[in-house]
Design a protein around this ligand. Structure first.
Ligand SMILES: NC(=O)c1ccc[n+]([C@@H]2O[C@H](COP(=O)([O-])OP(=O)(O)OC[C@H]3O[C@@H](n4cnc5c(N)ncnc54)[C@H](O)[C@@H]3O)[C@@H](O)[C@H]2O)c1
Length: 357
């Protein structure tokens, strides 16, 4: 009987240690170390951390990862509001154990033992703000978070969402190179929202269900660097020059469409959380060793002369295991590719210089 009471008390102490606000004090230890970073009684699965989990993307993404059956442990990290988000999401009766971490002193605890780290931390684009304006703030945030990954979970797969992705992926790579932990296969810039939008907009034009459509989107993740390959759409379809122009413009400016419609209340968060969860789910299926898991992503690449480029990649146990080639392009796409490459080169250089200078 006494042993049972002691066990109950221990259990209650453990649960409140994860949720009680006193545990979220700056520098406070949340009873976490390498040894206890695993599901207690939960289903077997992968350990996933979201950095920036209290944000517009982070919150719905936390919800979507909590319902992913491949996730056994979900760590939610942010510099604000993680106690509330963690308490809320932790009440969902799904398998993943949820733990919250607040502020930089708890970053390493949030990351220890993680298989996959998803980064939507940063400042979103506001009306009138270009993706480049975001650079200065988000570059510093990504550097700090990637330094934490290099220290605490250097073998984790990293899904980088923070904009400008065309530069932040180069920043992350430089941080990992400096730390001696860089593995190009494990660093993936998330461009899935461009693919999700492309599938939706193309399906509208074709008058079919978007789930039946697959549009490869290559290049990068901003304006003209977003290059949908409409000549390679599945199911095979042909578009008039006007349709191709309309679709390419709409896909490239999908972010602005949302920013303007939200009129000061942020950028794409719900569709982005969906896209991030879809991409993370594919990464987890790859980690499980499933065959034929293919997604577009912005990765270290030799497909063009640029050091990073988005194409289809095959995801496996070690991340992006195979980078697909571009395939045959039509004239319109070849012109788009040249435009994309010159802008991308500058954005990548800006990211590299941020760390090297
Ligand atoms: N890759 C894409 O397709 C895509 C699409 C949409 C938005 N984004 C980008 O995602 C990022 C987040 O957008 P959002 O709308 O969720 O913004 P948001 O402001 O709502 O949320 C960002 C969160 O990051 C947190 N944060 C700030 N500094 C941090 C730090 N040092 N460590 C941890 N967390 C920190 C904030 O506290 C906030 O909770 C932005 O950079 C945005 O441009 C990317």
């Amino acid at each position: 009987m006494e042993a049972h009471a002691a066990e109950v008390n221990h259990r209650i102490a453990r649960i409140s240690a994860h949720l009680h606000p006193s545990n979220f004090k700056e520098g406070g230890d949340v009873l976490l170390n390498k040894a206890n970073c695993r599901a207690k009684g939960g289903a077997p699965g992968f350990k996933v951390a979201i950095l920036g989990a209290a944000g517009g993307i982070g919150q719905p993404l936390a919800l979507l990862m909590k319902i992913n059956p491949l996730v056994s442990v979900l760590h939610l990290y942010d510099v604000v509001n993680t106690p509330g988000v963690t308490a809320d999401v932790s009440h969902m009766d799904t398998g993943a154990v949820v733990r919250g971490f607040l502020g930089q002193p708890q970053l390493d605890n949030a990351l220890t033992g993680m298989d996959l780290v998803i980064i939507p931390a940063g400042v979103p684009r506001k009306p009138g703000m270009t993706r480049d304006d975001l650079f200065k703030i988000n570059a510093g945030i990504v550097r700090t978070l990637c330094e934490g990954i290099a220290r605490a979970c250097p073998n984790a797969i990293v899904n980088l969402i923070s904009n400008p992705v065309n530069s932040t992926v180069a920043i992350a790579a430089e941080v990992f190179k400096k730390a001696g932990t860089y593995d190009p296969k494990r660093l993936l810039g998330v461009t899935t929202l461009d693919v999700v939008r492309a599938n939706t907009f193309v399906a509208e034009v074709l008058g079919v269900d978007p789930r039946e459509v697959d549009v490869p989107v290559v290049g990068g993740h901003a304006g003209v660097t977003i290059l949908p390959l409409l000549s390679q759409v599945k199911p095979p379809s042909s578009f008039t020059a006007e349709e191709a122009e309309y679709l390419t413009n709409r896909i490239q400016n999908g972010g602005t469409e949302v920013v303007e419609a939200k009129a000061g209340a942020g950028s794409a968060t719900l569709s982005m959380a969906y896209a991030a969860a879809k991409f993370a789910n594919s990464c987890l299926h790859g980690l499980k060793g499933e065959a034929g898991v293919v997604e577009c992503a912005f990765v270290d690449s030799q497909v063009t002369e640029l050091p990073f480029f988005a194409t289809k990649v095959r995801l496996g146990r070690s991340g992006a295991e195979e980078i697909h080639q571009l395939g045959p392009l039509n004239e319109y796409e070849r012109i788009g590719l040249e435009k994309a490459k010159s802008e991308l080169a500058e954005s990548i250089k800006k990211g590299v210089d941020f760390i090297k200078k």
